[in-house]
Design a protein around this ligand. Structure first.
Ligand code: FAD
Length: 393
């Protein structure tokens, strides 16, 4: 296992750092620190402009093969970019779902025509995507989705309901798991469709979150349509494709986030110094544990990368997800304990909350999305530890 970066990697780090310093200037400098979980509404249009600026200089889709518009960079270099991006306090990117989830899925399972049609829009940040998996009654148990699509001539007609669909209100397209095979149930009947969001048959209804913002949505398909050839993989083979996307979701895309976490921990520590709670041995102990946890996560992330580079398709990502989600949720709780009674009041009426309150409230979701803690533990117990399989209905 190699836990160090090569000279070539460090040269790439210097290149990324310099580019970010030279370009996060002028109007873009005002975007520093904006966006992210619970705060996606911040300067959204300006962040799109920044993302297109990144794209124009070749700083999107870094790990994609060159023939698909990427830069073919190694996993280590992708992580380095994410680290430098967070270190520069660059604004949260708007294109995560297209770049990290759908793009790699299309590269692995899409037809050449689908790749040609959709990948350039993801690279250039001109088409935004959302993920239509979850439904009321189908979250962890994704195979029980009830949204249906039937072929009508040269197009699919879709009826059903999705929920928790992040950023659907900004999305041009949705990659959706739907049932297509008449008479079949669960996995064998599912297909992976690419559905245009801006059409009459699609209604997006934002859900108000604890943070006071609305990042995810209910999405209703009432006779929505998409072209017959916009199914990824064969009809009825959508489960395999959907699982590939989940692998990308739990994989490299979350590995570079430690630097952002470091920044949040520093803010909690600064508040503790400012209000004197750092003198409380309990708080000091938890701050120290958080710092140790961060280092453990970083080393685990590097170990995971080494395993990936060595060809593992493995379940290391589930361990990562479990580690970071719990660490981040605990940090939110620590932030509120450090804030004390100040954490109970809003910064401005009617409901403007500060960064640490937002961290506390949004991080409750970390142990749920991308596969809940319980689901990750099942994966680890079955695939890593080889324990007996969970009974499945
Ligand atoms: C912030 C956020 C953003 C999201 N964005 C999207 C998105 O863009 N697109 C999308 O499709 N979905 C999205 N989701 C939905 C997310 O994927 C689901 O919330 C998640 O899969 C859990 O499903 P559920 O909410 O239906 O809970 P359930 O599956 O009903 O689970 C409820 C509880 O039961 C536990 N549980 C369930 N099954 C088992 C089991 N077999 N063994 C042990 N415990 C179990 C779970 O761990 C959980 O604690 C998002 C969720 C959040 C919080």
């Amino acid at each position: 296992m190699d836990l160090t970066f090569s000279a070539e990697d460090e040269a790439f780090r210097a290149e990324a750092r310099t580019w970010l310093a030279d370009n996060l200037t002028g109007e873009f400098a005002e975007l520093k620190g904006l966006g992210g979980s619970g705060r996606e509404h911040e300067a959204y249009d300006a962040r799109i402009a920044w993302n297109r600026h990144l794209a124009a200089s070749g700083w999107t889709c870094l790990g994609w093969p060159r023939e698909h518009g990427g830069r073919g960079l190694s996993l280590f270099q992708q992580v380095i970019f994410h680290e430098e991006y967070a270190r520069a306090d660059a604004p949260a990117r708007v294109n995560h779902l297209g770049e990290e989830l759908l793009g790699p899925t299309l590269i692995a399972h899409g037809t050449p025509a689908q790749q040609e049609r959709f990948l350039p829009g993801i690279v250039a940040v001109t088409e935004l995507w959302c993920q239509g998996y979850s439904e009321p009654g189908a979250g962890s148990d994704l195979a029980s989705v009830r949204t249906r699509a039937r072929l009508d001539g040269d197009r699919w007609v879709i009826d059903g309901e999705k929920v928790w669909t992040s950023l659907a209100h900004h999305a041009d397209w949705c990659f959706a798991v739907v049932g297509t095979e008449p008479g079949s149930q669960r996995h064998p009947g599912l297909s992976y469709l690419l559905v245009p969001m801006r059409q009459e048959g699609v209604t997006v209804r934002p859900i108000l979150q604890l943070t006071g913002t609305s990042e995810f949505n209910e999405v209703f398909f009432d006779g929505a349509v998409t072209d017959a050839d916009l199914v990824v993989g064969a009809p009825g083979d959508g489960w395999r494709v959907a699982m590939a996307t989940l692998g990308f979701e739990r994989g490299v895309s979350t590995i570079g986030q430690q630097v952002g976490f470091e920044r949040e921990l520093a803010a909690v520590e600064e508040l503790a110094r400012h209000n004197g709670t750092i003198d409380d041995p309990g708080i000091a102990d938890r701050l120290a544990q958080a710092a140790v946890g961060l280092e453990v996560m970083r080393l685990h992330a590097l170990r995971t990368l080494s395993a990936y580079e060595a060809g593992s398709q493995g379940s290391e990502a589930s361990v990562s997800k479990l580690l970071w989600a719990r660490w981040h949720r605990d940090l939110g709780e620590l932030a509120m304990d450090v804030a004390g009674t100040g954490g109970l009041t809003v910064a401005a009426p009617p409901y403007v909350i500060d960064r640490l309150q937002s961290l506390f409230l949004f991080s409750r979701a970390d142990t749920i999305y991308g596969g809940s803690d319980e689901v990750q533990r099942t994966i680890i117990s079955e695939r890593v530890l080889g324990l007996p399989k969970e009974p499945r209905g």
